[in-house]
Every structure is written in structure tokens, then in C-alpha cells.
Design a protein around this ligand. Sequence first.
Ligand code: CMC
Length: 389
Amino acid sequence: PGLAVYDPGFTNTASTRSSVTFIDGDKGILEYRGYPIEQLAEKSTFLEVAYLLIHGELPTKEQHDQWVHEITFHTFVHENVKSLMQGFRYDAHPMGMLLSSVGALSTFYPEARNISDPAVRHEQVVRMIAKMPTLGAWSFRHAQGKPYVYPDNDLSYTENFLSMLFKMSEPKYDPDPRLAKALDVLLILHADHEQNCSTNAVRSVGSSQVDPYSAVSAGIAALYGPLHGGANEAVLKMLKRIGSKENIPAFIEGVKNGDEKLMGFGHRVYKNYDPRATIIKKACDDVFEVTGVNPLLEIAQELEKIALEDEYFVKRKLYPNVDFYSGLIYEALQFPPEMFTVLFAIGRTPGWLAQWSELVDDKEQKIARPKQIYTGDRRLEFVPAAERW
Ligand code: CMC
């Protein structure tokens, strides 16, 4: 008490103990519950990874099947949530719609406030992972003025999401399994990233013991900000502006002169190749095999090659991060830029919920309440308005 350390952005403050995600930024290591991200991306599925994050260990066959069944049959939302979403302006940003509708779910499930009951908590975790694609897809359809598509519970998690996004005619949407798999991998890569801005928001709001819908909607709000969820969109804009390989050297000179940043490069934690970027590069090949190559890929690859050999970037340990290639894939999958962050939010939901569950179980946690260094005036004499004016 009485001692405050000034640490804006909490760059040196550990706000919690956690056993969810491990990152070694110098070595480029990312592990969920001890399992390397490379192995999970190659051999697991998003729903299995979600189980791992939430429960701390891999499921048995029975646990897995039960988990997938539960999530599959919670994909529908109350019709009044649909009405709520339909009330948004025609040009509403899908992230604004997503954060509002997730927050609104707290009023549909008032029992969710009883967070001390593990069974109640489990039910909300299932509901949220199940309903996020529905809400995300509907926010996308809304912006296009198209009717909302109801979930198809015969499809897998990512196939159903693609169906709700892109289905144009009855009876069924027939997703390409290679695209569904690539999307599944992208969701795995985004599933958790320890104490990033949005996770910290979920924990901070959750520490008041509010229901998880309200806490997660705070996380979505944090992700909505361009410094957190918007970099892949900026990468696409940058690549389009560069336009062709010949223009890269001049662009790099501009970056080195401090005119602008090379978007999709550098990371607060990773001072080595972001392991997620390596996996995404591979996913690019799989997606482009189906959709045809995004012409911006050539520019991105050449830009990466030149930057990795340039002293400016080498000296500062600037490597491609997860966002350098993800926008190219999303664009090839026909997502408009404002949907990129919605995809991030759907992927991050199990991580937010795992961190929230850990917080609720952690008896050492208190309500989040940082100190401040006060810089204002003190003990001023108040003069009533009638005497001041
Ligand atoms: N292009 C050019 N120079 C850069 C870049 C870049 N992308 N990133 C950092 N630098 C320079 C920076 O100017 C500074 O140089 P100097 O020492 O001469 O002043 C040095 O590298 C250290 O940078 P920093 O600003 O101290 O690094 P940071 O840890 O505060 O910032 C970052 C990390 C991600 C905000 C930053 O690298 C950046 O803005 N990158 C571009 C945006 C981007 O790709 N963001 C996505 C992050 S990954 C998403 C996620 O995991 O959530």
C-alpha cells in the first residue's frame, strides 16, 4: 500500500498467474496448455483446441463427441436476438453488431450471473463458442442486405459458418472441405495469445464477477480497435498501394526513413519469426489452390524477402507476424476487410473463456483496480458560479 510503480500499458506487470498459453517471443514459441501451436494447427481441430484451452487437457473420444454435440446444438440464437440485429443501420460495422449482440445475450440467459456454479459456467461457455459464428455471419449478411441464414447442424463448425455466410440458395450450401479446413486452422491460430489487450479486458471486466457475456463483449470491444485487431486489413491496403514488385525498394526506403511502418511486421512479444505466420503461409498455398492465387501474394513474398535481408529490420528483430499473410487468405475467401476482425473474435472466444474460467477459479484474484500517479491540482478553493462569472 502506498507504493505505485508507473507502468503504462502494463509492459512490465504480470496481472495474473496462468496455465493457459505460453509464449517465448525470443525463440518464436507459442504453446496452448503446453502443446506447440504447429502440432495443433496440423493435427487438431478448432473445437478440440477449444476443449483443450477450456479444460486444460485433451478430450477422450467420449468427451470430444459430447463437446462437439453440445456446441453443434447450441448454434441457434433466440429470435429476438435476430430482431435486435435487424434493427441496426444498413451500414453497421459487423464488429459493432457482434459486440452488442454478445452483450445482449446476458439478458437472454440471466442465470449466467451465477458464475460460482461450474455447471452454469459450462453452459455459457458452450453457448458462446456455438453462437459466435451465427452472430458473426448474421452481422455480415446484414451489411449486404441479405436474409440471415440459420445454422445447419449437419455441417461441421467451420462448414456451418461458411454456410451461414455464403449460402445463396436452397437446399444446402456445399462448402469446399479445403477452405473449411484452412478456416479451421486460422481459428486455431487465433484461439489464445496470453495477456493481450482483449484478454486483459475480459479479465478486468470479469474480475467484477459480471456474467461472461458482458465480459466477452468487453473483449470484442478491445479487439475492435485498430491497434489490436486491424493490422491485417492495413497489410492488404499497403500491398495494394505498393502495386507491383518494382515499387518495393522505394517503399522500403520510405519505411526506413520513418515515413510509415511495414504493416504485418514486428511484434511486442515476438522478436523472432511469429510461429503463426509460418503456418499461415502454408494455409495460403492450400486456399489459393482452390481460389486461384491472390495477385498480392507475389508482392508480399518479395517484400518479406527484401525486409528479412535488410539491416534495418534485422537489427530491430522485425519479422512477419500473424497478420502479414492472413488478410490475403481472408480476401481470397471472399471476406470484406471489415469481417477480418470478426473472424479473429470467433477464433479468440475459447481463449477469452478459458482465461475467464481461470480467473473465476483463482482465489488469489481480486477486482482489477490499478493504481495511478496523480498529476492534477490539489486543495483548490471552490468559488460558486455566481461569483466566478
Ligand atoms: N515497420 C518499421 N519499423 C518498425 C515496425 C514496422 N512494422 N515495427 C517496429 N518498428 C521499429 C520501430 O520504429 C522502432 O524503431 P526505433 O528503435 O528506431 O525507434 C523499433 O522497430 C522497435 O519498435 P517498437 O515500436 O518499440 O515495438 P513495439 O513492441 O512497441 O511495437 C508493434 C510492436 C506490433 C506495435 C509494431 O511492430 C508495429 O506497429 N507493427 C506494425 C503493425 C502490426 O503488424 N501489428 C500486428 C501485431 S500482431 C497481432 C497480434 O498478435 O495481436
